[in-house]
Design a protein around this ligand. Sequence first.
Ligand SMILES: CCCCCCCCCCCCC/C=C/[C@@H](O)[C@H](COP(=O)(O)O)NC(=O)CCCCCCCCCCCCCCC
Ligand SMILES: Nc1ncnc2c1ncn2[C@@H]1O[C@H](COP(=O)(O)OP(=O)(O)O)[C@@H](O)[C@H]1O
Ligand SMILES: [Ca+2]
Length: 530
Amino acid sequence: MQPEYLPFPALLCSVLSISRQHYEVTLDPGRALLSWRKLRPRSVKGRTRAGSVTVPLTEIVSVEEAEIDGKYCNSMKWQHMCKPHAFTVRYIKRMKKHRWRCGEVTFWCSEEQMCCHWLQALNDALNQQTHRPKHLLVYINPYGGCKKGKQIYEKKVAPLFSAAGIAADVVVTEYANHARDNLYDVNLEKYDGIVCVGGDGMFSEVLHGLIGRVQKDSHIDHNNPSACLSRCSIRIGIVPAGSTDCVCYATVGINDPVTSALHIILGDCQPLDVCSIHHKKNFLKYSVSLLGYGFYGDVLKGSENNRWLGPARYDFSGFKTFLTHHWYEGTVSFQPAKWVIGSPRDNKPCTSGCHVCRQSSKQLQELQKEQNCRFEHSEEEWTTIKGKFMAINAVSLSCACPRSPKGLSPAAHLADGSADLILVRKCSRLNFLRHLIRHTSKKDQFEFPFVEVYRVKNFQFTPKHFEEYDTESTDIGNVSKKNFAQICTDHPSCVCSHVNSSWNCDGETLDQTAIEMSDKKVKRRLLLMT
Ligand SMILES: CCCCCCCCCCCCC/C=C/[C@@H](O)[C@H](COP(=O)(O)O)NC(=O)CCCCCCCCCCCCCCC
Ligand SMILES: Nc1ncnc2c1ncn2[C@@H]1O[C@H](COP(=O)(O)OP(=O)(O)O)[C@@H](O)[C@H]1O
Ligand SMILES: [Ca+2]
């Protein structure tokens, strides 16, 4: 039997007008390009192609028949025609520093038939982009960051979505965890993606709702640390309107609502590692950005009563935390991520389509197949480090954000199945400041004798007092006040609350201090619309 071939759409080339100048406009379906070139180019050498623009069809946002402006219609040029015809193409314009803007160009045709032909051909090309979302569910946190989420969505994002023919059902949240709870009830089949307008905390809320919902539908107990979770096929998009926005910044390269909206419209997609955190086999939370004990845990705790300060609450609390200069004692154990081909000391940041992520994922999958799903229990050696720490940070992505454009671990990978564990040991205030300042420049923040970094598959942390006073039961509630007093005499300069820090998990404080974290990737991977 003869194979059936679809007729390949023909190249379309016409002379059309843009702002009353003639252009040769070409739609090349074979190379997936739309281009326009000014006719009668200027004679000055080297400027002949100045009026030429090429746009990949994948970067066309929308195509529509243009509204004919009365003034333009009556102007000299069009007086001889019965009715002018035009169509408008919106497309991605790449600016500096990963910023995207929506460019717009209107092509005027001399005949109605030609205009229809162009509209049809361009719409056919757009309809082939089947990965683009058509129906989105949007959650807006009106209190995130500078409390401008609703405004940002209405002014900057909604007009782009509607121009691109995307229908959006919008929920403005009324309380914390509104979006999470709503995701348990909503008919997900209706949607091609979920969009959250807010910061990392809001993203984490949507992520918990979505992963939880999918596990509930598949009757999987996510409390079980070795359970293989069902994969979420629905994507989450982020419109940054929070205080840190590091998930957005680290995946898109900038925290800019218009850029994010345009990535969502094009259907861009980026897989993301998700870590799960347990305490004694009980599931606590998922983490996608920072899981930090010590400095970042204290910064978060100190910022909680100053929410009214907006994003500045972190700087204010950061300054205070820096001055208090606390260190914490405990034991960290981890298993290295052996499948990864990169190292945290590489000098290259992870970008979309990253070769390291692809290769590492492949190797991880093979390893899992080999170990026949016993991956979590493999008896590989654990490295144990006892000590006094200023900060213990586990990051599954770079955590780049406006405060630190390269992030806490600049070479961390978005989807390699591993997390970078950064240990900052007890050091002088000056040395800690030197380490912090390096986050704002290109200099290596790990190049200090008191800083270590490992690429890990999982890790455990036990604070010192758990080891000494709580061998039977590790429930913090069971540690008696007497024991606390005992511990505090060991720390003459501190009060009880400073014996332990708390964990900052993507901007939320965890109730437990002794935790286990695993980065189970593949099964727990999440698709991000970026
Ligand atoms: C002297 C300047 C030092 C600057 C050091 C900057 C390090 C910044 C690292 C940022 C890591 C961010 C990790 C992201 C975590 C977020 O998931 C999470 C939640 O985000 P959301 O509120 O958007 O929901 N955000 C956070 O936990 C906030 C962390 C922010 C840390 C800011 C620390 C500022 C430290 C300032 C120290 C000043 C010392 C001055 C001494 C003279
Ligand atoms: N309507 C609401 N009222 C109060 N808290 C909310 C609301 N909607 C979401 N939240 C919670 O606010 C927290 C912080 O939100 P986020 O958007 O990350 O802002 P920020 O970046 O300023 O911390 C999240 O944990 C989220 O669960
Ligand atoms: Ca990772």
